[in-house]
Design a protein around this ligand. Structure first.
Ligand SMILES: CC(C)(COP(=O)(O)OP(=O)(O)OC[C@H]1O[C@@H](n2cnc3c(N)ncnc32)[C@H](O)[C@@H]1OP(=O)(O)O)[C@@H](O)C(=O)NCCC(=O)NCCS
Length: 183
């Protein structure tokens, strides 16, 4: 049984289960998926993925990662999550990845919309941030489609296999509906 924290008509953000790990393991070891991620030269071992899951369960106040589920087919399309959640200052970093066969269907854009709803209306965060390799056109679009603004870049910051050092573009989204206690 899947438990959802947010749903649209097509997709839902689900609570991660241990049995989701083999699919995630296959996804993250696909070079086309991991080349834009933080440590593209890693090898993600299955046992390491289970450890990551156990840490996620222990550490829900710091990191919350959700499988994105196609509600029609029940397929796990990818993951989206909040990392380094800072409840005191009200912000978190967004991250996501999807299986290659699901790209280009608007799922990533739609899932980020759901995550923003969850972040602002459930967790009462003020701001979301993200950083993306400049060459990752699709990911930049996902953020721009959801109203994120570019606030700067790190030049030749991160190494991507076969592409060399990449500029990293920094994005943020301010929740303008947030009510500051002193205003
Ligand atoms: C980046 C990623 C999340 C996009 O997922 P997706 O489900 O294909 O995204 P969407 O379908 O919502 O598409 C968003 C936009 O990017 C465009 N797009 C998709 N793939 C593209 C590509 N290869 N080149 C250029 N544009 C592309 C879409 O046409 C869409 O544009 P539109 O809104 O103007 O129509 C997915 O490709 C992925 O998981 N990549 C590997 C992991 C990764 O890069 N994670 C992000 C790290 S910051």
């Amino acid at each position: 049984m899947r438990i959802f924290i947010k749903k649209s008509e097509r997709i839902g953000l689900a609570v991660m289960e241990r049995e989701n790990i083999p699919e995630i393991y296959a996804m993250i070891n696909d070079p086309d998926v991991n080349r834009f991620l933080r440590n593209p030269s890693s090898i993600w071992y299955l046992s390491g993925e289970y450890e990551w899951y156990d840490n996620l369960c222990r550490d829900a106040n710091r990191n919350r990662v959700f499988p994105v589920i196609n509600l029609e087919t029940d397929q796990l399309l990818g993951l989206i999550g909040l990392h380094n959640i800072d409840f005191k200052n009200g912000f978190a970093t967004v991250g996501y990845m999807y299986g290659k066969t699901f790209w280009g269907n608007g799922f990533a854009t739609e899932a980020l919309k759901l995550l923003m709803d969850y972040s602002f209306n459930v967790l009462n965060l003020r701001k979301l941030i993200a950083s993306v390799f400049d060459s990752n056109i699709a990911s930049k679009k996902v953020l721009e489609n959801n109203g994120f603004n570019i606030i700067g870049k790190y030049t030749k910051h991160s190494y991507a296999p076969d592409a060399g050092y990449q500029d990293e573009i920094l994005f943020e989204f301010m929740n303008t509906n947030y009510h500051y206690p002193d205003s």
